[in-house]
Structures are given as C-alpha cells and as structure tokens.
Design a protein. Structure first.
Length: 84
C-alpha cells in the first residue's frame, strides 16, 4: 500500500493536482484526500491500488525498504504532463 507522503511526492513529480489524479485513477476526490491525509484515515485497498496503478502508468516507481520509503520518476516514461 502506498503512503500519504508517497502519493503527495509522486503527484509533485508528475505535476498532477489531486483532481487530476482522482480522475486518472477513477476514484473520488474524497477517497484520494483520505489516502493523502496525515491523520492515517483508512481507504479501501482497491482505491489504493487504483491510485498506485495510475501513478505507475505515469512513470512512477514506488520505493520501500527497511530504511524508508520514496518515489522515483522513471525517465522516458510518459508522465501525463500537459505540453507547456
């Protein structure tokens, strides 16, 4: 399961708003806000999976180890950003 910090960091790397991510992941904005909350609010595992898949489709790799967690944007993958 992805963490609130990983979700916010991944959105920042991709330049996505919460609204854009919710749309891409096909989840409600309320569910996404619950996932990104620092209060540890519960979300359905299926919701978390949909959000994770949307990020992975955008080029995000989730990093988890005993030393910490993070995200990485893989070069060459379509990020889903709009052309400037």
């Amino acid at each position: 399961m992805i963490t609130a910090r990983q979700s916010r960091a991944a959105r920042a790397l991709l330049g996505w708003t919460q609204e854009a991510l919710a749309d891409r992941a096909r989840v409600s904005l309320t569910a996404l806000k619950r996932l990104e909350s620092e209060n540890g609010l519960d979300v359905y595992e299926s919701t978390s999976d949909q959000i994770r898949r949307a990020f992975e489709d955008g080029g995000i790799v989730f990093l988890n180890s005993d030393q910490g967690e993070g995200v990485m944007l893989v070069r060459g993958k379509k990020s889903g950003r709009s052309p400037a």
